[in-house]
Design a protein around this ligand. Structure first.
Ligand code: BGC
Length: 262
């Protein structure tokens, strides 16, 4: 079982063909820059370039950095506001000519870690926190995802938590690892006091550098880096295609005009 997984982020749009049984990439990963401004049409055209690169005409699983329900985007904190209320799965299906399943980016990462990574076989409450342009969250309870939790927008220090502790804040303010780790710690303590998870998984590109900040964290919940590192979004996107199909058939999957899902 294969699907093209595409991870739409605030800075990059990444894709690869994924074996969804094994959770492996079966092609190289292609990364294109997210267009600026990241309008729906410009992003859909970039996704279409990824699809052409892989000469792909099968199903696509795609992540989006905002709330997604039934293929529609409801929030877009770090992308152009024109995405809000848009049938984004339909737009991307039209631009690529392929059936599209759209899911939240952090949820995709959390699902990939549950099936193939750091949360494999774990019971209890596992919270994956992705630290990137913004902060994303995936809450998984005994292997089942509670979709669209938006824990990056909890209020911390009187503002949006992602404006205090995201990796983009570390870069922009040139914080050293100690300074940034104490911000991440403060954020994780807030989340753990509300949800009492059994495990935190840290995802996002910076999870590659986990040794620089994870040992400095002092929250009570154990913290581990994502095992799929920055491939979790791509793998999770591809997994969404088959999970969606198993549950709903073609319903809720956006099809390009005149085409039926295979
Ligand atoms: C969005 C989330 C997203 C996260 C990471 C937040 O600003 O609201 O939906 O998962 O950024 O991209």
């Amino acid at each position: 079982m294969k699907a093209l997984g595409i991870d739409i982020g605030g800075t990059g749009i990444k894709g690869a063909v994924v074996d969804t049984k094994k959770g492996h990439l079966v092609t190289d990963r292609l990364r294109l820059l997210t267009p600026e401004p990241a309008t729906p049409q410009a992003v859909a055209d970039t996704v279409a370039m990824v699809v052409r690169h892989f000469e792909w005409d099968g199903p696509i699983g795609c992540t989006f950095p905002g709330v997604v329900k039934g293929g529609h985007v409801h929030t877009a904190a770090n992308l152009d506001k024109a995405w809000i209320d848009l049938d984004a799965a339909g737009l991307i299906a039209g631009a690529t000519g392929c059936p599209v399943t759209l899911v939240n980016d952090a949820d995709a990462a959390g699902e990939a870690e549950t099936k193939f990574g750091a949360a494999r076989g774990k019971a209890g409450v596992v919270v994956t926190v992705t630290l990137g342009t913004g902060i994303g969250s995936a809450v998984v309870v005994d292997g089942r995802l509670l979709p669209n939790t938006e824990l990056g927008h909890l209020i911390l220090r009187g503002g949006d938590a992602e404006h205090w502790a995201a990796n983009s804040v570390r870069e922009r303010l040139e914080l050293d690892w100690d300074e940034w780790a104490s911000r991440v710690d403060e954020y994780l303590r807030l989340v753990e006091d509300l949800l009492w998870p059994d495990l935190f998984i840290i995802g996002g590109g910076v999870s590659k550098k986990a040794d620089k900040f994870v040992p400095k964290l002092s929250c009570r919940t154990p913290v581990v880096p994502a095992e799929l590192l920055n491939q979790a979004g791509i793998v999770g996107a591809a997994l969404a295609v088959h999970r969606h199909h198993a549950k709903h058939g073609d319903e809720g999957q956006a099809l390009p005009r005149g085409r039926h899902a295979g």
